[in-house]
Design a protein around this ligand. Structure first.
Ligand code: AMP
Ligand code: GLY
Length: 294
């Protein structure tokens, strides 16, 4: 990267160091920061956007409060529930915020052990345990949950959905305009014939006509609408930022088309998907820099 840019500072975990440097550069009068792009979730969760926007540097990334859509999975499910209530439609699997081992047991009985355990906080893709993938017996399920309860790690339980996954990312300008990228499949299973475990991602796929074989136009339209509802609901429930700016940046919906043909939300991210961004930017016909300015 250093070949293409003016300066590289690699101290991502030291927000104060980076912010001091940016203030120093701005005050030198030699730099005019047009905007900032914040890539990964951790610096967004750490509030880089809030700090940069305090300096009047607009960011292509949401502020800390909106980033909760990714940083807190319980917040995300509860927000989706408000949308379900307003729109009279189901977009989440059944879920519960279990705080006792009795609730843990009740939930697995309700769903015949087809359940998913999710830590609510950011875990770098390592906070999800899916039945049959990460545990195969009720004892193992209970042990994982008991361990989390013993260590006061907050988690939710979800009904395990079966179907085909896809990601749909939306550019949001914070002023009510949304541009949707095509659906892209993050290919997670390791090994030939999908025999292996779910990984953080083996690569990603899209068909030549910018769709996926298991999706029709209606599925894609529903997913775009859900992303827009989420951006709007974030703004309505948490209020706008200064200059009346709502959710600005990329909103990433992770969806499953279930075997019974429904579109359900697996999770939300507040950034580009890795590796989906490679396909999305490759297909982009506009200049990305102009898009960011707009
Ligand atoms: P997440 O970190 O929420 O994206 O979860 C990682 C992976 O776990 C997802 O990509 C899915 O493959 C799987 N997963 C998460 N939630 C569910 C669910 N409710 N049903 C089935 N699979 C799930
Ligand atoms: N592709 C999954 C993610 O970026 O979280």
């Amino acid at each position: 990267i250093s070949r293409y840019v003016n300066m590289v500072i690699v101290k991502l975990n030291k927000k104060d160091v980076i912010m001091d440097k940016i203030v120093e550069m701005r005050d030198s009068g030699k730099y005019n920061f047009l905007f900032a792009i914040i890539g990964p979730e951790q610096p967004i969760a750490d509030g880089f956007t809030d700090s940069l926007e305090d300096l009047n540097i607009p960011c292509i990334a949401p502020t800390q409060k909106y980033a909760q859509i990714e940083t807190n999975k319980l917040f995300c499910r509860n927000l989706l529930k408000s949308i379900e209530n307003k729109r009279h439609t189901r977009i989440s699997p059944d879920y519960t915020h279990a705080t006792t081992i009795n609730e843990v047991n009740d939930f697995s009985i309700k769903h015949s052990n087809n359940v998913v355990i999710k830590k609510t906080g950011l875990c770098g893709g390592k906070g999800v345990y899916v039945s049959d993938d990460h545990f195969s017996s009720n004892d193992e399920y209970q042990n994982i949950c008991q361990h989390l309860l013993d260590n006061s790690v907050e988690f939710i339980l979800e009904e395990k959905l079966i179907g085909n996954e896809f990601s749909l990312m939306t550019f949001c300008d914070g002023n009510g305009h949304y541009l949707h990228m095509p659906p892209i499949r993050d290919f997670k299973r390791a090994f030939n014939n999908d025999d292996g475990p779910n990984t953080g991602g083996m690569g990603c796929l899209i068909m030549e006509n910018n769709t996926l074989p298991y999706l029709d136009d209606n599925d894609i339209q529903i997913s775009c609408e859900i992303n827009e509802y989420v951006a709007k609901e974030l703004q309505e429930s948490l209020g706008v930022n200064k200059n009346n700016i709502g959710y600005r940046g990329v909103l990433y919906g992770s969806f499953m088309k279930t075997t019974d043909g429904k579109i359900k939300v697996i999770e939300y991210n507040c950034r580009f998907g890795d590796p989906e961004v490679i396909i999305a930017l490759h297909l982009l016909k506009n200049d990305f820099f102009d898009l960011c300015k707009d």
